[in-house]
Design a binder for this molecule. Structure first.
Ligand SMILES: [Zn+2]
Length: 205
């Protein structure tokens, strides 16, 4: 059985100073660098939010809708975010101290302008699935250790979808940071209900 460390969206826009900063988001970098060479992981995977300029989740693409407001899009409630992680920009780049190597697998998500994709596996509510599950299976990966940003959105949805797709999923909770305490609490409860195991790094060894 192969296990992968799945590092979700540790990008400049989600770190302090970025367009959609997660409080203390940069704090996960050192810990991720410290465990990436653990023998526990046969693969290290980095996901990244990688949006076109006209992405549906950007408030500026919805006239008269303020940032952080909600609107029904494709029949589903969509939070309208400040523009973030636009493909090819500095904001979309990984944090400069994050140890990303050529041999790592980098997976871009949110690349279609028409729907939100918090999860690397796609938008399950809309029935839009990415190739991520196939990519993992083709590498013989059956267990995922998920960490990164933000706990209450992309980390949570990726972990839950991974469990739904039949992967064994562990959340490394001390290597995540959330946007808000209440949504982070709810996200952890949802992950637990979905069968995601919640651990800290020191439980790894
Ligand atoms: Zn996004």
């Amino acid at each position: 059985m192969s296990s992968a460390l799945v590092v979700v969206d540790v990008q400049n826009d989600f770190c302090p100073g970025g367009n959609l900063a997660v409080k203390d988001g940069h704090e996960v970098v050192e810990g991720i660098n410290a465990i990436r060479d653990s023998s526990e992981f046969s693969h290290v995977i980095f996901t990244r939010d990688w949006h076109p300029q006209d992405h549906v989740s950007f408030a500026r693409n919805h006239p008269n809708q303020p940032e952080f407001s909600k609107k029904l899009v494709n029949g589903l409630p969509q939070t309208l975010w400040p523009a973030h992680c636009e493909e090819g920009t500095v904001g979309a780049s990984f944090h400069e101290d994050l140890d990303v190597r050529d041999s790592d697998f980098i997976y871009s998500k949110g690349t279609s302008k028409d729907w939100e994709e918090y999860s690397a596996f796609g938008n399950s509510e809309m029935g839009k699935f990415t190739t991520f599950a196939e990519e993992l299976r083709s590498r013989g990966i059956s267990k995922l250790y998920v960490c990164g940003l933000a706990t209450d959105y992309c980390v949570c949805e990726t972990a839950i979808d991974g469990a739904d797709q039949g992967f064994s999923v562990v959340l490394l909770e001390d290597l995540t940071r959330g946007i808000a305490p209440d949504t982070t609490r709810r996200a952890k409860a949802r992950m637990r209900s979905a069968g995601v195991e919640i651990q800290t790094v020191d439980q790894l060894v």
